[in-house]
Each structure stands twice: as structure tokens, then as C-alpha cells.
Design a protein around this ligand. Structure first.
Ligand code: NAD
Ligand code: DAU
Length: 338
């Protein structure tokens, strides 16, 4: 059995990826490494936690000794690296932890993967490293677009991308970097626009829209992101960067209004608030290169968002615990015992 290390597998995208891999590949043992920060949660894995091909390891990626010991104990074939501080607003108020986790943590993992001579290190990055596009709809991010990050979050991700590239060029570490657009779907953490809107509309609370609401994001269902990473891991050309996106650009206002309509409420719930500092205008991915590898998204936004709204309706307990803070206390208690 081959061992696959997935970092950040208690978070939104890593969590969906862990479940996808455990179910799809019984011949792989999936190790979910996660620090369980405020964004990490293991209750989402109740369906798989007793499967023979799944294990959880509670480790900080920036803890060199703990990461080294894990690699001594387990022979990993692939590393798929999701673990990160991921929220732009948090990076504006408290950038330091972004540097520690996203930059230093990635470097610790790269060292471990290099010593272990893994078959491939897949680094999950973001379109935000390219900075912003104008509103000209004929412009897109390609893999050749210059790296020009604008927030502390995207700067920390760009730094980690450059380290991954350097480990490939200098030491010959087999790597791929993926840069995906905005994801949505089950287990999206309710500080991000889509789940925040759903949860607030369901509670008849105002939805804060930054600035004029005209900023554009390119939305992709999380399971389409998972299938793209699976493909890159198995078939991506070593050393290459792959952009991932499904040509689904929407203004924030369009996204919020779609959700409000789906829940039978009115635009009165929208509240325009002060803009995010350094707010990127527009992101849009040119996915030609990953399409040439054979990838196609299967979710259109209309279906995907309707299913996501239903998921949040059916899984109120999950996000209500997070919003109320109960969830964090639960994990503090749970891990104090270990
Ligand atoms: P998330 O915030 O939901 O999850 C991050 C996970 O990483 C959490 O489980 C957290 O506990 C874990 N983590 C944080 N610091 C850690 C540390 N020091 N050691 C070990 N684990 C740690 O993030 P997400 O939205 O699922 O994003 C996952 C990855 O995908 C990130 O690298 C992000 O940059 C990238 N990405 C996200 C999006 C998006 O739309 N959310 C789009 C493109 C790329
Ligand atoms: O593009 C990929 C990136 O997408 C990932 O790298 C990040 O990890 C992920 O968090 C996401 O970043 P964004 O900043 O685009 O996502 P967020 O959900 O925070 O915001 C989406 C848009 O909505 C953005 O233009 C800001 C706006 N917004 C956000 C919040 C939280 C609002 O108008 N109101 C809000 O309350």
C-alpha cells in the first residue's frame, strides 16, 4: 500500500480531498496531517475515521522535529500540501502567523520530502499570487502571468510557491504547483463570503458586502478542485504549474443575491460596508493547460450553489457550532486530553 501525506486535511478543501481520496483509492493509505487551528475540524471525517486506509496525525507543519519524526516512521510516496492560513482578512490584521505557517511550514515539509525522496510534492496554491486583473473580460491569469501578490496572505503563498520552485530547480525535488480560483461547497468555513452569506441569511442577519460589491471572483466547486489535484498528482508533468478554474466569474453582489434568492429572502439583507484594504478587483483563470491534461469541471454554478445551500441547511449543527464558538471549545477539550 502506498502512503499519501495530505496536510491541512481537517480544513475545507483538504478535508474534501481526504474524503475523495480515501473513498476513491482503497490501495492508498491517506495520512491527514493537521494542527487543528480554528479552521480545522475532524467531525467532518466521521464517515471515514474508522477506515483502514485513513489516519490522522496532529502536527504543526512548522515543527521540524515532529515532521521529521513522522517521515522517519512512514514512507510517503506523495505529499499533497494544503495546510495554510487561508483567510485574507485575517492576514491583514495579523500577518505573522501567515509567514510562519505558509512560508516556514512549507519549507519544513520540502526538507522532509527531499530527504524522503518522495515521488512528488504537490503544492496547493492560489490564483491570488498573480495579484489582480482589471475588469476587461478578455484578460485571464495564465501560468506565465507575473507573480504580484497584494495581501499578506497572497504574499505568503507566493513565497511558498517560490520555495517549491527553488527545491525543484536546486535539488531536483519532483513538484507541481496548482493555482486554483475561489472554491465553494460542503464544509466551507463560515468566515468566507459564500458560507457567511448562507449562514447570515438563514439567521435573518445583514450580509456585509465590501465596497460596492463589484469585485469579481471565479468560483469553482471544491470537488472539481479535488479531481484536478488528483489528476495533477498522478499525471502532471514534474516541475510544472497548473492553473485551475471553471470560467465562472461573478461579482460579489451577484453571488450574494443568488444565495438570498435561493433562500427566499430579499436584498434588504445586503449591507454595504467599508472595503477590504488592498481589495483585489478581479480574478479569472485561463484553465487551458489543465484542460489539455484531460480535466473538466463537472459542476455548473447553478447546480453547485443550490446543492451547497441545501448542504448548509442540512448541516446546520456543523456551522452553528463554529459560529457560536462551541466548536473551538470542543477541540480545545478534546486535544487537552491527548
Ligand atoms: P482552511 O483554512 O479551510 O484549512 C486550512 C487547514 O490547515 C486547517 O485544517 C488548519 O487546521 C490547517 N493548518 C493551518 N496551519 C497549520 C499548521 N501550522 N500545521 C498544520 N496544519 C495547519 O483552508 P482552505 O480554504 O481549505 O485552503 C486550503 C489550501 O488551498 C490553502 O493552501 C489555500 O491557500 C489553498 N486555496 C484555497 C482556495 C479557497 O477558495 N479556499 C482557493 C485556492 C487555493
Ligand atoms: O482566489 C482564491 C482565494 O479565494 C483563496 O486563495 C483564499 O484562501 C480564499 O479565502 C479566497 O479568497 P477571497 O478573499 O477571494 O475569498 P473571501 O470569501 O474572503 O472573499 C470573496 C470576495 O467577497 C472578496 O472580494 C471579498 C468579498 N467579501 C468577503 C467577505 C468575507 C465581502 O464582500 N464580504 C465579506 O464579508
Amino acid at each position: 500500500m502506498e502512503n499519501i501525506l495530505v496536510t491541512g486535511g481537517a480544513g475545507f478543501i483538504g478535508g474534501n480531498f481526504v474524503q475523495y481520496m480515501v473513498e476513491k483509492y482503497p490501495q492508498y493509505h491517506i495520512y491527514n496531517l493537521d494542527l487543528l487551528t480554528y479552521a480545522g475540524d475532524l467531525t467532518k471525517h466521521q464517515q471515514i475515521e474508522n477506515k483502514e486506509n485513513y489516519s490522522f496525525v496532529h502536527i504543526d507543519i512548522a515543527d521540524r522535529q515532529a515532521v521529521g519524526e513522522l517521515f522517519e516512521r512512514v514512507d510517503f510516496t506523495y505529499v499533497v500540501h494544503f495546510a495554510a492560513e487561508s483567510h485574507v482578512d485575517r492576514s491583514i490584521t495579523d500577518p505573522e502567523v501567515f509567514i510562519r505557517t505558509n512560508v516556514l511550514g512549507t519549507q519544513v515539509l520540502l526538507d522532509a520530502a527531499k530527504s524522503a525522496e518522495v515521488r512528488k510534492f504537490v503544492h496547493v496554491s492560489t490564483d491570488e499570487v498573480y495579484g489582480e486583473l482589471s475588469f476587461d473580460p478578455t484578460t485571464f491569469f495564465t501560468e506565465e502571468t507575473p507573480i504580484q501578490p497584494n495581501s499578506p496572505y497572497s504574499a505568503s503563498k507566493a513565497s511558498s510557491d517560490l520555495l517549491v520552485r527553488a527545491y525543484h530547480e536546486t535539488y531536483g525535488l519532483p513538484v507541481n504547483i496548482t493555482r486554483c480560483s475561489n472554491n465553494y461547497g460542503p464544509y466551507h468555513f463560515p468566515e468566507k463570503l459564500i458560507p457567511l452569506t448562507i449562514s447570515r441569511v438563514l439567521n435573518d442577519q445583514k450580509v456585509p458586502v465590501y465596497g460596492d460589491g463589484k469585485n469579481v471572483r471565479d468560483w469553482l466547486h471544491v470537488l472539481d478542485h479535488c479531481s484536478a489535484i488528483d489528476l495533477v498528482m498522478h499525471s502532471g508533468t514534474v516541475g510544472e504549474v497548473y492553473n485551475i478554474g471553471g470560467h465562472n466569474e461573478m461579482t460579489n453582489l451577484e453571488v450574494v443575491r443568488t444565495i438570498i434568492r435561493a433562500l427566499g429572502k430579499t436584498d434588504e439583507l445586503i449591507e454595504f460596508v467599508e472595503d477590504r484594504l488592498g481589495h483585489d478587483k478581479r480574478y479569472a483563470i485561463d484553465p487551458t493547460k489543465i484542460e489539455e491534461l484531460g480535466w473538466r469541471p463537472v459542476y455548473d454554478f447553478e447546480t453547485g450553489i443550490a446543492q451547497t445551500v441545501d448542504w448548509f441547511l442540512e448541516n446546520k449543527e456543523w456551522w452553528e457550532k463554529i459560529i457560536s464558538g462551541e466548536y473551538q471549545q470542543y477541540f480545545d477539550r478534546q486535544y487537552a486530553r491527548k
